[in-house]
Design a protein around this ligand. Sequence first.
Ligand SMILES: Nc1nc2c(ncn2[C@@H]2O[C@H](COP(=O)(O)OP(=O)(O)O)[C@@H](O)[C@H]2O)c(=O)[nH]1
Ligand SMILES: [Mg+2]
Length: 233
Amino acid sequence: MTVSTAAITFVDFPQDKVTLAGNSGVGKTTLFLRFKLGQFIENPDSIGCEGEFRKNWPVDGEEVSMTLYDTAGIERYAQINSTYFRRSRVVIFMYDISDRETFDSLTHWEREAVEKSFTRGQPEIITALVGNKVDLEDERQVTNARALQFADNYCIPKELVFEISAKSGEGVSEMFDAIIRAMLLKGTNQRNLESHTLDVMLNICWWCFPSGVGTSFQNESSRNKRMFCVCMY
Ligand SMILES: Nc1nc2c(ncn2[C@@H]2O[C@H](COP(=O)(O)OP(=O)(O)O)[C@@H](O)[C@H]2O)c(=O)[nH]1
Ligand SMILES: [Mg+2]
């Protein structure tokens, strides 16, 4: 139920949020650390890594910010909660080319990530498919043709299908370059959306009303883009 309208200024979610999705062991944290530190860390769990890192990535003479999110190993113990994926600008679906099961699990990850990012069907979400551990060519269980077929089924453009090695670094820069270009093509990045004013409608949040704070925000110009109540609904 809408109770009133108001104009407020607030800091929006980061428009450069890039999340990693995929089974434990595919190399998400190794890729995250390569992005963050520019090197291969043999035993990523040993250095206790926090789950997000923002940096400027130079592409085509521009410096564009990207904030990469890692699950930080949660998927080993529990389902990833929706806060992790919420409002991702880009989701990178990652599998291990030497482990067929990690590829087969991507249907599960696609459902999880795209639903929990609250962006299913929204044109601005970018999805990429990444086969990691290409240095293990002799142990390959997933062909590039299969990956391209998957991408086709899930509307991932073939320019965003990659095979990389987070260990050797092969293909990693090219992958981030292409993702940044896709973000630029779709017209948003952190530089112009860090903070802005929106006309909003205050709504009763039926999840926490009447005991909780009971309000959430809705962007008047885009009814799909409801801002969330502090109860996170
Ligand atoms: N050979 C090879 N091993 C890798 C590569 N990327 C990660 N690994 C190894 O795979 C294991 C799991 O990596 P990790 O980043 O922890 O996977 P996560 O569970 O998806 O975060 C570690 O032993 C990494 O050293 C790669 O490109 N090639
Ligand atoms: Mg990890």
